[in-house]
Design a protein around this ligand. Structure first.
Ligand code: BGC
Length: 937
């Protein structure tokens, strides 16, 4: 094997390329970009000090070794200089205006205070600069949506003033948006920047990616995966977004450009798929084949300009309106060229299936109820570099409406409402009308009962180990038959956060979580966040990757796969089997706080990106968890809200990406949401988890809940209703602190006794979990077969250095007790407190801490890792609900000499009342004897 397999420099190079390719150039007047070599840049905006590598919450908690922001990247680049006067002004100002982290989980402000820029300052700086580059930064994340307020979706007054004065003083003004999601862009009309780039949130290499585009080393080839409308109210979902009880999805399948291109073209500032380049391309369809199952286009792209670059080709279909009604355009295929030299051409072959031309009939109006159909009429294809400019390329006529796939009613709404529909007008435009949505006629629970099979006979331990199933010496049924009721109730409970049974600081452990399960040869598997890098709350470093939106905007699946090859390797190196990502909810509305983790408003773009990331990780045997299944399109009221949608919108829009990830990406793990859809919490939705995901799509992996999620019927959610979760075949409840002690006090054993959940149903989930584990690296390591890669990776050094924020000296005198002043401990996010502990007397000691959570959100996760030298001895994760003082006790046995006690806080929000170190048992005599013996020897 080669010397080093996991090479972070190579990882970084791929990430840098991915960021550069994801950046979208919205405007470039006077060819202000790329910046000429030798430019002196006036860099404005306080985000130069706090480049947002990602949003906040679980998807952003990657401890990185470094983050290269825009300023660092520009400073390190020898072909540009930064305006010294401006730089010094910012450096002075930042001393009194440090980054405001907020208090705890989900409370980091979505923007940071901007330095006021007066016209005088702007003019003074302009006199000695060639160009102004202004950075606008926004974060967002879990537990809180964006809002139409200044500092969130809208610019702040300070930002506007900065843009106004910089515009007035400079001939050339370039604006960079460092955000995970589109924000209001109407200000472009007022402040007329010459160039605008969405640089997104690019992970630890983000600034370098932006530099490459500014300098022209990379020609921008990113294209929007969302529509930028003029006003937030223009998005069709806005009227039904953000409710904490219920959101009725009246816009139905008309999400994003599907709505705008059909009903409101004039409301669009930048259409879906849009993005400029420093060169120009021609796009010419040169071949079209319409086959029984597949449609194929050959599209010739020629670089007509004078700079090398890549181009994205997008193919849209316009289906007949038929009886169902359809959007004016729907993306059916796309491709990206290699880097084309000026004058060079490449012909892309883009293939898609007839399935992509179907519509789901949930009413029976076509004659086929609950079926995918191809309605009669003309199907026209449009090809181009965005949805608006794509030109007619070919068409075919479907003579008669044809049944494509007959399915059955599943996840249909249980309340009556009306949805949008187009009505074709004589002039070819569409009028927006509303029609009633068909409601459910079947009861999921009845269907479940009809599907029940007899339980496996319980045989007791027959000595069959999981490896025997793996080796084909025993069947899975025989193996599962050995599990007692206690085993069964435990195996469906995942443990976490930060279980000591797996890699420190990870979100969950599952499988062999009790002695009895371990004895049967089930090892403990490990999962952690995700999506854009590995979260290890003990402070261990990992690579922070570009976020979902940025990667999707690159429209480069190959590159995304390569990036996730590296991610797979890093997971494997850290003994993590499952990443909790990709996140793949749709960007239904720009205000969703977690859009940065997701890809697009379009299901095809979403599904293809998720599938390729899975494929990337599968190369090294690990996998990802596609989340949050499904319709988790907002953070407001995320564990109470019910999403009401038609079966058509659910299948054609919200589930489509997942279906692609399962069928094309071979997804093995799915995470359900906190919320509910059409009557049931998703974790308890038999229709969603069993009938659609498993039976229709053939998924045979594991389904896990989101962390501490609820189960049950909408509005009656309960996080101990494990029975309803298992009935739906959501295999794993994530997470409890101790499976054997049933710390979550779930109702599984009781409901089993009462017959409300059958033994067969728990056995079925247990088998899903065991099968999953058998196929993952944890099992290869456990049976010591096929684990050569693990050995190689283990032999590669971690180049982590010991860093700390606080150093405390703790000496324990003859009294045997010493207190640490809690005020001396830094508990802010990412704080590393190093305490040198030394004693008068050798012996067994005990650390006692009294702590509680002080967080606004009940779902806040506040982890504390306690290390003895480099060894993690205890991890405690409080949630926002832990408002009462609680005591943590950690034994420190056989302390013979000084050691480092390290207290690492991964998040804000833990309060400490007292910390005490005390002697429990003296071992002075033992040590004396031992040393005496050693002396004799
Ligand atoms: C998030 C999930 C995440 C989990 C574990 C939850 O708060 O919604 O996306 O994977 O925590 O950290």
């Amino acid at each position: 094997m080669s010397s080093v397999i996991f090479d972070t420099e190579k990882f970084a190079a791929v990430a840098r390329q991915a960021v550069a390719e994801g950046i979208v150039l919205l405007k470039n007047d006077k060819e202000v970009l790329p910046l000429s070599s030798g430019s002196n840049i006036a860099l404005f905006g306080r985000t130069q000090f706090n480049y947002y590598k990602s949003g906040t919450g679980s998807g952003g908690m990657v401890n990185t070794k470094y983050v290269t922001g825009v300023r660092e990247a520009l400073e390190a680049y020898d072909r540009f200089t930064l305006n010294e006067k401006l730089k010094n002004t910012y450096d002075e100002w930042i001393k009194d205006n440090p980054f405001e982290a907020g208090e705890g989980w989900a409370s980091e402000p979505w923007f940071q205070k901007e330095m006021p820029i007066s016209l005088d300052l702007a003019k003074e700086v302009a006199a000695s600069s060639d160009v102004a580059v202004v950075i606008i930064g926004r974060t967002a994340g879990e537990d809180q949506d964006n809002s139409t307020t200044e500092g969130s979706y809208l610019l702040t007054a300070d930002e506007c003033q900065m843009l106004e004065n910089v515009r007035a003083a400079f001939d050339k003004m370039v604006v960079l948006i460092n955000a995970g999601n589109i924000i209001d862009m109407k200000w472009m009309e007022e402040y007329t920047p010459d160039a605008v780039l969405y640089i997104w949130q690019g992970g630890q290499e983000g600034g370098n990616g932006a530099l490459d585009v500014l300098s022209g080393d990379v020609n921008p080839s990113g294209r929007l995966t969302d529509t930028i409308a003029k006003n937030i109210e223009d998005y069709p979902s806005s009227q039904n977004f953000g409710g904490s009880k219920c959101n009725v999805q009246q816009e139905d399948i008309y999400v994003g450009y599907r709505y705008f291109e059909t009903f409101a073209k004039d409301k669009v500032l930048y259409p879906f798929g849009f993005g400029l380049s420093y060169t120009e391309f021609s796009i010419e369809p040169v071949g079209f084949t319409y086959g029984e199952e597949e449609i194929e286009f050959d599209v010739k792209v020629t670089n007509k300009g004078s700079r090398k670059g890549k181009q994205v080709v997008q193919i849209y279909v316009s289906k007949p309106q038929g009886k169902l009604g359809n959007p004016a355009r729907e993306l059916v295929g796309f491709g990206k060229t290699k880097e084309l030299q000026p004058g060079e051409s490449e012909t892309l072959n883009i293939v898609f299936t007839n399935y992509q031309l179907t519509s789901f009939d949930d009413s029976g109006v076509t004659g086929y109820k609950n079926a995918y159909v191809i309605e009669a009429g003309e199907y026209s294809f449009y090809i181009g570099d965005n949805v608006r400019t794509a030109e007619f390329a070919a068409s075919f006529t479907q003579e008669e409406t044809a049944l494509f796939e007959q399915l059955s009613e599943a996840l249909a709404p249980v309340v009556h409402f009306k949805r949008m529909k187009p009505e074709l007008q004589a002039d070819g435009s569409y009028k927006l009308i509303y029609e009633s949505v068909p409601v459910a006629t079947l009861k999921p629970d009845k269907l479940r009962k009809a599907d029940l099979k007899p339980e496996l006979p319980q045989t007791g331990d027959k000595g069959i180990k999981l490896v025997d199933v793996y080796d084909g010496k025993a069947s899975m049924d025989d193996f599962i038959g050995q599990l007692s009721d206690e085993d069964l109730c435990c195996i469906v409970r995942g443990e976490g956060m930060s279980s000591p049974k797996v890699t420190p600081g990870c979100a969950g452990a599952f499988g062999g979580v009790t002695d009895s399960l371990l004895e049967k040869g089930i090892p403990t598997a490990c999962c952690t966040d995700g999506p854009s890098g590995i979260r290890m709350d003990c402070g261990k470093k990992a690579f922070a990757m570009p976020n979902g939106t940025c990667l999707a905007c690159a429209w480069n699946l190959e590159l995304n796969e390569e990036l996730y090859n590296w991610e797979g390797l890093e997971l494997r190196k850290n003994k993590i089997d499952v990443l909790l990502g990709p996140g793949m909810n749709l960007h239904r509305n720009p205000l969703n706080g977690r859009n940065f983790e997701y890809f697009s408003e379009d299901p095809l773009v979403t599904g293809k990106n998720a599938a390729i990331q899975l494929k990337g990780m599968h190369k090294y045997g690990v996998t990802g968890t596609i989340k949050h299944f499904a319709l988790n399109t907002q953070e407001t009221g995320r564990h109470t809200v019910e999403h009401v949608a038609s079966a058509r919108a659910i299948r054609q829009i919200y589930l489509k990406g997942y279906e692609i990830a399962v069928k094309e990406g071979n997804a093995h793990a799915v995470m359900t949401t906190y919320g509910s859809v059409n009557g049931y919490y998703t974790a308890s939705s038999y229709d969603l988890d069993t009938r659609i995901l498993r039976e229709e799509w053939g998924f045979d992996g594991i389904i896990m809940t989101d962390w501490w999620a609820k189960g049950g019927k909408s509005y009656h959610g309960n996080n101990s209703d494990m029975a309803s979760i298992i009935r739906a075949q959501n295999d794993l409840y994530m997470v409890t602190s101790s499976a054997i002690d049933n710390t979550n006090r779930d109702n599984l054993a009781k409901e089993l006794e009462k017959g409300k959940v059958t033994r067969f149903e728990i056995q079925r989930c247990a088998a899903n979990i065991c099968k999953f584990i058998m196929e993952k690296p944890v099992f290869a390591r456990y049976i010591e077969r096929g684990n050569e890669l693990d050995e190689q990776l283990a032999s590669e050094a971690d180049d982590e250095e010991l860093e700390f924020d606080k150093m405390i000296d703790l000496r324990i005198d003859e009294s045997g007790v010493a207190n640490i002043n809690p005020a001396d401990i830094k508990t802010a996010r990412n704080s590393n407190n190093m305490i040198t502990v030394s004693f008068k007397e050798r012996g067994d000691y005990k650390l006692t801490m009294t702590v509680r959570a002080n967080a606004k959100s009940e779902l806040a996760q506040i982890p504390l890792s306690i290390f003895r030298d480099k060894l993690l001895v205890k991890m405690v994760t409080l949630t926002g609900e832990d408002k009462e003082w609680q005591t943590i006790e950690v034994p420190f046995d056989s302390c013979a000499m000084t050691f480092f006690l390290k207290l690492y806080f991964a998040q804000d929000g833990m309060e400490i009342k007292d910390i005490r170190f005390e002697l429990v048992k003296s071992r002075e005599e033992e040590f004396h004897k031992l040393f005496a013996r050693m002396g004799e020897e």
